[in-house]
Design a protein around this ligand. Structure first.
Ligand SMILES: Cc1ncc(COP(=O)(O)O)c(C=O)c1O
Length: 411
């Protein structure tokens, strides 16, 4: 994680010594570098400079209001998947004309609200949804711009649980059915299908699945043209991977950018991206305290005050988040160690290490790269308050969302 380094024995996030913050803030807490998010956004935008896409940050990866306001200032739009995400995006000041709405189960209330707010696109994921939008638009006497989300049946070569573009996945509409919906709605006065969208999964490390997707879209566009159907927008979703450890390869964003540019020279669509993880993941740490160390025959359990409810990805997908000590320690444990949380579930465990620095009760460690699907996936399981979100500011910090209060949970 680029934004952290040791100065002497102390771990810093940007210019802020983390230990100093642990003296003031209750652990566990999420600690962000807003500068890293800005750098990521600018890197993304510069990489795609020739295509000049609309970048719609995927709010589900991190819905923090301050983060959204910062992204708004950089010119970002948002990809939302619920009325709550839509409302927080609007509250952050995101231009409705830069908001796209995805999801397989948008309710009538959610669709109605999105139509009222006149957002850029509602990406429909079934024919029933298209019909529902038509019904609402008819009632409101308006014409709504929508997109259709394709299910391209492409293996994203990522974890099964975060793949979304296979033919048995619930997402999107098959090519044949999509064409059929386009044809049926040519003369629909209440909707105008102006976009195709696709999102085949998350944490996709290789370029090939994206290349296959573009090839398939190219053929599909041909079919649309044969039927005298033209679209204006192509929404290519998100899914670009980040390295979760120093040994993992970086996703080749520049190569992907050049592929998209070549593809779009012919089509001249307004390209939309919906990156989540790529913009937010490496911006944050989850800072946590060692409550106890318990030794058994073959290992030491390092029991943390952060649990699966605070950081769900390991329990949910088997995801790996490296853990680093806040203070450098010379001595090593003489057995392997397993980091675990305090929750009464066997899945409340994190990584196992050999040769790990010899932590003591009361020491602090940080989970790395938790800015995406970290706090946003957390829950109140075991009546545990959701952790605070803090952003480093110069050599100190600011609270960007306070820790939930226990008394609010036991009303
Ligand atoms: C429709 C859609 N767009 C964008 C994203 C963001 O994906 P990522 O965080 O991998 O960029 C997701 C996440 O799964 C999604 O479902």
């Amino acid at each position: 994680m680029k934004a952290i380094k040791y100065r002497g024995n102390n771990l810093y996030l940007e210019n802020a010594p983390i230990e100093k913050i642990t003296k003031k803030v209750i652990t566990p807490f999420y600690l962000y570098s807003l500068k890293q998010i800005k750098d990521n956004f600018n890197y993304f935008r510069n990489s795609f400079k020739q295509t000049n896409p609309l970048i719609c940050f995927s709010v589900k990866s991190n819905p923090n209001l301050t983060i959204l306001k910062n992204l708004k200032k950089l010119g970002s739009g948002t990809d939302v998947v619920s009325i709550g995400e839509l409302q927080i995006a609007l509250k952050a000041g995101i231009d409705p004309k830069k908001i796209v709405f995805s999801g397989v189960g948008k309710t009538t209330e959610e669709l109605d609200y999105a139509i009222t707010k006149d957002i850029l696109l509602i990406n429909a994921e079934s024919e029933n949804e298209v019909n529902e939008i038509t019904k609402i638009a008819k009632r409101k006497k308006c014409r709504v711009k929508i997109g259709l989300r394709l299910n391209p049946n492409i293996d994203a070569k990522t974890m099964k649980k975060i793949s979304t573009g296979g033919k048995s996945d619930k997402f999107g509409i098959s090519l044949e059915h999509c064409l059929d919906i386009f044809k049926k709605n040519i003369n629909n006065n209440n909707i105008s299908i102006e976009a195709l969208s696709v999102h085949i999964g998350s944490q996709i490390k290789e370029i090939i699945p994206f290349q296959k997707t573009l090839n398939l879209i190219d053929k599909f566009i041909q079919k649309l043209k044969e039927n005298k159907i033209n679209i204006k927008y192509l929404d290519l979703g998100g899914g670009m991977a980040i390295p979760y450890s120093d040994t993992e390869k970086k996703f080749n964003l520049k190569k992907y950018a050049s592929m998209v540019y070549q593809f779009n020279k012919k089509h001249k669509f307004k390209i939309i991206f919906e990156p989540g993880r790529y913009l937010s993941a490496n911006s944050a740490l989850l800072v946590t305290k060692v409550i106890y160390i318990k030794s058994i025959h073959d290992r030491n359990f390092v029991i943390l005050d952060a649990a699966m409810n605070d950081l769900m990805r390991p329990a949910l997908y088997g995801a790996r988040h490296e853990i680093v000590p806040v203070q450098k320690i010379k001595n090593k444990f003489n057995k392997k160690i397993e980091f675990v949380g305090p929750i009464c579930e066997s899945t409340d465990k994190f990584l196992t290490y050999t040769n790990y620095p010899k932590l003591n009760q009361g020491d602090f460690v940080c989970f790395t790269n938790v800015g995406a699907y970290g706090r946003s996936l957390s829950s109140n399981y075991n009546i545990r308050p959701l952790p605070a979100e803090i952003a480093v500011y110069k050599n100190s910090y600011r609270v960007i969302r306070p820790r939930q209060k226990l008394q609010d949970l036991i009303k």
